[in-house]
Design a protein around this ligand. Structure first.
Ligand code: ADP
Ligand code: MG
Length: 246
């Protein structure tokens, strides 16, 4: 299986705080990987290393054949990485002063150099995919949290990414809105998108993810087939973590 992301002994510190203490793993192309673990264990930091929102301090990291181990990337490589790797955040991060359509067409026009017409067509395709074609002229404040997150996913897809990173995409949502976002993500997975998802939604992780990585205090405590390790964990720590969630 071809690797989308590979990391060996990856280290990341903030000052004297060693957040990632030598983690090793691989993300296969076309697979969904769930990253789970308690608050503060380093999940977001690991995800942010994957698109260079954070630079690593040690070890190696390759994303889509781009070597992120070096301290300095040139502008072209960084741009390539940012277009190939999409990210969806807990707080949606939509531009509040732009309509849904404008949120979706901005980057394709400015970064990919597409025309207004091309980017509007692209936006239409992906809004349709997330079930929000009729909201193109709405503004973010007019949408529910679930709709905002679906717009954020569609916006990412407009860049035609090879990999999608999700950092707790449903954690800010009212419980009744979680399902519609997970459903869009499940569809994306079925379409073959390579996805890395930080989540506390264990049912989603078990049923949709192929692999799971359990982080504990900056180290990988257990990783493997998602259904297996989330149903029959080997380590006591993962067992305890899972029992606390239920
Ligand atoms: P998680 O996503 O698993 O909750 P994070 O990766 O956000 O954890 O954070 C791991 C640790 O790193 C925490 O102790 C957090 O306070 C710290 N941390 C994260 N980002 C920064 C930063 N930019 N500066 C300093 N400390 C940070
Ligand atoms: Mg986090």
């Amino acid at each position: 299986m071809e690797k989308a992301i590979a990391f060996q002994n990856l280290e990341k510190s903030f000052g004297s705080l060693k957040v990632l203490q030598g983690v090793t793993g691989e993300i296969d192309k076309g697979e969904v990987t769930a990253i789970i673990g308690s608050s503060g264990c380093g999940k977001s930091t690991l995800l942010r290393c994957f698109n260079r929102l954070e630079a690593i301090n040690g070890g190696s990291l390759t994303v889509n054949n781009i070597d992120l181990s070096r301290p300095n990337l040139n502008y072209k490589q960084l741009r390539q990485l940012r277009t190939q790797v999409g990210m969806v955040f807990q707080q949606f991060n939509l531009f509040p002063h732009l309509s849904v359509l404008e949120n979706l067409t901005l980057a394709p026009r400015q970064v990919l150099g597409k025309t207004q017409k091309e980017s509007a067509q692209l936006a239409g395709t992906y809004l349709d995919k997330v079930g929000l074609f009729d909201k193109a002229s709405a503004y973010p404040e007019q949408l529910s949290g679930g709709q905002k997150q679906r717009v954020a996913i569609a916006r990412s897809l407009c860049m035609n990414p090879q990999i999608m990173l999700f950092d707790e995409p449903t954690s800010a949502l009212d419980p009744e809105l979680v399902g519609e976002v997970l459903q869009v993500m499940q569809q994306l997975a079925a379409d073959g998108m390579t996805m890395v998802v930080v989540t506390h939604e264990m049912q989603f992780a078990r049923e949709v993810a192929n692999r799971a990585i359990f982080l504990n205090k900056g180290k990988i405590e257990e990783q493997g087939n998602a259904r297996e390790i989330l149903t029959n964990p080997e380590s006591d720590r993962l067992r305890t973590f899972l029992s606390r969630l239920n």
